[in-house]
Design a binder for this molecule. Structure first.
Ligand SMILES: [Zn+2]
Ligand SMILES: [Zn+2]
Length: 434
């Protein structure tokens, strides 16, 4: 008898027998893998239940004398009336290699242990398959494209259910606080928590430290002769000072710092500059931001205000914010200043300036021409060659270049207007218009 004999049955019946026989012809296949190919049929039964039902059914058909192409090792525990009993030996599933009984339970335990290190409300499980499992899963999906569930989905569900039951936390698909990765390439669980974002404003009260941490280019932070074994190019940074209590309290791995623009290393920032700091892989999420602020503000270099919990979207908002700036510059000129010439500075009211990328940053930025507006310039004479300038300008203005002219790459400039070269600039940001 061939499969033609089944044509008097319904089409769907034939489909189920075709799928079952193809699966059971691969080799020994466990009930979980057999049932998974019918996962999208019937509610309220596990894949294992379904595998058992289908195997029983195929066994009935076989015992009734139907000629179905299957590997008989799939029917070891059956007592057939007409067929011979199959010799039993220990079987390994040709699809999952028994991971559901031998590996997944261990990984579930590992997951439950690892998530205990984290404070979280909800989570999501993901799975990375190894090459063999991936290929076998593809084969199964091809045999039963309409009813199959992928092995990944099944693993995710099994692990998710156990973790949920043990911890009392729920699964969250859209924005989980914790991601649990079942890594079947490495046979281990990897847990990572969602970054914690904190918004605030900072002042930088000293010159000589950068906004973000600059790791040594040579050793990339490990420490070498060039960086005096510090791994960093500067003694500190705004980021380092702000991240310190945060990393400690959240037990996070590291931070990313996003400022609304940045001042140069040699420039102080005396008004609060908005920033968002991202703490990567925090174990603790509910921290006292007043305490964090107190800790940071013990520093002589950096002060913060208005700390609050933020989101990833706030990073973009902070980075894209275009705040006008006010600078105070103490400028030393080459020649003596001419009081009459200085009058010209009073005419700088909403003046458009053109700036080519400054020579000092050309090595890392594209050579572009920018147009910025200098809204106002006020001056005070400090000496024969020294001026104090208060300059109000657009976000992103290269203000040092507006003062010294950058060899004609910024036009107009203070140096050009006064026909006097600039020898030295000491600069502070004194206003960030929010
Ligand atoms: Zn299996
Ligand atoms: Zn180094």
């Amino acid at each position: 008898m061939g499969t033609e004999d089944l044509h008097n049955g319904k089409e769907s019946e034939l489909e189920i027998v075709r799928i079952a026989s193809e699966i059971l012809n691969i080799g020994y296949v466990c009930n979980i893998c057999l049932g998974r190919t019918f996962s999208k049929l019937l509610y309220g039964k596990t894949n294992e239940d379904k595998g058992k039902i289908v195997r029983d059914f195929i066994a009935l058909l076989l015992d009734s004398g139907l000629n179905i192409n299957v590997k008989m090792e799939n029917f070891q525990e059956y007592n057939f009336r007409r067929l011979e009993k199959v010799q039993s030996n220990k079987s390994v599933c040709s699809v999952c290699e028994n991971i559901f009984t031998e590996i997944i339970p261990k990984l579930v335990k590992e997951a439950i242990k690892k998530v205990r290190a984290y404070e979280f409300e909800n989570f999501l499980v993901g799975t990375v398959l190894n090459k063999t499992l991936y290929e076998k899963d593809q084969m199964i999906l091809k045999i039963s494209p309409d009813y199959s569930e992928s092995i990944k989905d099944e693993i995710n569900r099994i692990v998710g259910k156990s973790v949920g039951e043990k911890t009392g936390k729920s699964v969250n698909y859209s924005d989980p606080q914790l991601q649990i990765l079942v890594n079947l390439k490495k046979l281990k669980i990897e847990v990572k928590s969602k970054s914690l974002y904190i918004y605030g404003g900072y002042k930088k009260l000293v010159r000589g430290i950068p906004q973000t941490t600059w790791y040594c280019k040579r050793c990339k932070g490990k420490g070498c002769k060039k960086c005096n074994w510090r791994g960093k190019m500067y003694r500190s940074s705004v980021q380092q000072i702000i991240e310190k209590p945060l990393i400690k309290m959240t037990k996070g791995k590291k931070s990313s710092f996003h400022g609304s623009g940045r001042e140069d290393i040699d420039v102080r920032c005396l008004d609060y500059r908005p920033f968002v700091i991202e703490i990567v892989d925090p174990k603790v999420r509910s921290i006292d931001l007043d305490k964090v602020k107190t800790e940071i503000n013990r520093s002589k270099y950096v002060q913060v205000s208005d700390l609050k919990f933020a989101s990833k979207e706030d990073v973009i908002a902070v980075k894209e914010a275009k705040n006008d700036k006010v600078y105070k510059a103490i400028v030393t000129f080459n020649k003596k200043l001419d009081k009459k010439e200085l009058e010209k500075l009073s005419n700088i009211k909403s003046v458009r300036i053109l700036q080519k990328t400054p020579i000092r940053v050309l090595h890392r930025r594209a050579d572009l021409l920018r147009e910025r507006v200098v809204k106002n310039v006020e001056y005070r004479i400090l000496g024969k060659r020294r001026l104090e300038l208060i300059i109000e300008c657009d976000a992103g203005t290269y203000v040092k270049e507006f003062i010294h002219g950058d060899n004609g790459r910024t036009k107009p400039s203070i140096a050009e207007i006064l026909q006097n070269n600039v020898r030295k600039i000491i600069l502070d940001v004194i206003g960030i218009r929010k």
